[in-house]
Design a binder for this molecule. Structure first.
Ligand SMILES: NC(=O)c1ccc[n+]([C@@H]2O[C@H](COP(=O)([O-])OP(=O)(O)OC[C@H]3O[C@@H](n4cnc5c(N)ncnc54)[C@H](O)[C@@H]3O)[C@@H](O)[C@H]2O)c1
Length: 326
């Protein structure tokens, strides 16, 4: 009995694969390596290079490994790219997602944990954001995730598919072995650490006139191992026969861009230059989760809620990787 992990060669998928294996679960990874890294998956893990929407391949993998559940990470996840190239997002995230769900239902796999996002909420009407907050995405990336949530609800009614849609806020941090490696990198913490390491000159800060404590945007950062743990608990939840649901994953605490930069200066002991730029269109001032439901429903509690711990884990991984490459 195995768990199929799509997108398992990516950042969050590879850390979740690592955690599930440590828990004694059998896992199979499927990733087309469009944005992931083969070496992020341990060589002992069965690995298939292919598309999440390749129905024949999915059916083959399910039968070969007796797959009983799927964690679906595979997607493109750049908000800006989704605005300039929406077809890429609807084809990769929605079209392929539909084909994956169809193949899973066909093969009688009825438990899905899905990587959704706080981007499905759009401009916040209240902070913190709970799961009842209206979902009105402001970009194709957010819509692509919301469409899959919607389709899974209908497949629940029609085919008995049971799912947990995990709406992540900002994943960050690393394990000693695995961390964030996006190209291009757009996430704040890895960019700040690249600046600390001298790989980039400075970090752009988009807007310092927001209605926040220091004028810069406030975001909710969650340690990637806490995220991974929530996936394991979601599988337990589904295996116990519970109904489909959507759950926020965040710390419930917001940090401004300048707070992140200052915390990184402290953790690394390095100077980190910043450059103030204009606001970016569509960036809300605050995005902070109400994650009470994850505690109540899954029994989940973040083990590494402190920003300094999150940054420190990412810094250790970053410096180890850079010295290994040197
Ligand atoms: N990183 C975050 O802060 C964050 C926040 C909210 C939601 N998410 C969601 O979590 C998931 C994982 O994010 P991540 O940061 O690890 O991204 P990532 O890009 O590191 O990982 C995604 C992986 O999926 C693979 N992939 C993409 N499309 C595929 C396809 N059609 N078939 C097979 N493989 C495919 C890529 O090669 C990559 O390895 C994504 O679905 C993303 O939308 C991430």
């Amino acid at each position: 009995m195995a768990i199929l992990i799509t997108g398992g060669a990516g950042y969050i998928g590879s850390v979740t694969t690592e955690l599930l294996r440590a828990r004694g679960e059998r896992v199979v990874v499927l990733d087309n390596l469009s944005r992931g890294h083969r070496d992020a998956v341990a060589p002992e893990v069965p690995f298939y290079q292919g598309d999440a929407g390749n129905r024949e391949l999915i059916e083959h993998v399910v039968h070969e490994h007796d797959v009983k559940a799927c964690i679906h990470f595979a997607a493109f996840a750049y908000v800006g790219e989704s605005v300039s190239s929406p077809a890429l997002y609807y084809e990769n995230n929605v079209e392929q997602g539909i084909r994956l769900l169809g193949a899973l239902v066909q093969a009688n796999v009825r438990h899905i944990v899905f990587s959704s996002t706080c981007a499905t909420y759009g401009e916040p009407q209240r902070i913190p954001i709970d799961e009842q907050h209206p979902q009105q995405p402001t970009n194709p990336y957010g819509w692509s995730k919301l469409f899959i949530e919607r389709i899974m609800s209908d497949y629940d009614c029609g085919y008995g598919l049971k799912f947990v849609a995990l709406r992540y806020f900002n994943a960050a941090g690393a394990t000693p072995e695995r961390g964030e490696r996006h190209d291009p990198e757009t996430h704040l913490i890895p960019l700040v650490l690249k600046a600390a390491h001298g790989e980039i000159d400075r970090v752009a800060v988009f807007g310092n006139d927001y209605p926040t404590k220091d004028g810069t945007c406030v975001r909710d950062y969650i340690h990637v191992t806490d995220l991974a743990q929530a996936h394991a608990l979601s599988l337990d939840y589904l295996r116990a026969g519970n109904s489909s649901t959507a759950i926020n994953l965040g710390n419930g605490q917001g940090y401004s861009v300048l707070e992140v930069v200052n915390a990184a200066r402290e953790v690394t002991g390095r100077e980190i230059a910043i450059e103030m730029q204009q606001r970016r269109a569509g960036d809300p001032s605050h995005l902070v989760a109400d994650a009470a439901k994850a505690g109540a429903v899954l029994g989940w509690k973040p083990q590494h809620p402190e920003l300094a711990d999150i940054i420190s884990s990412a810094w250790k991984w970053h410096t180890k990787r850079s010295s290994a490459q040197a």
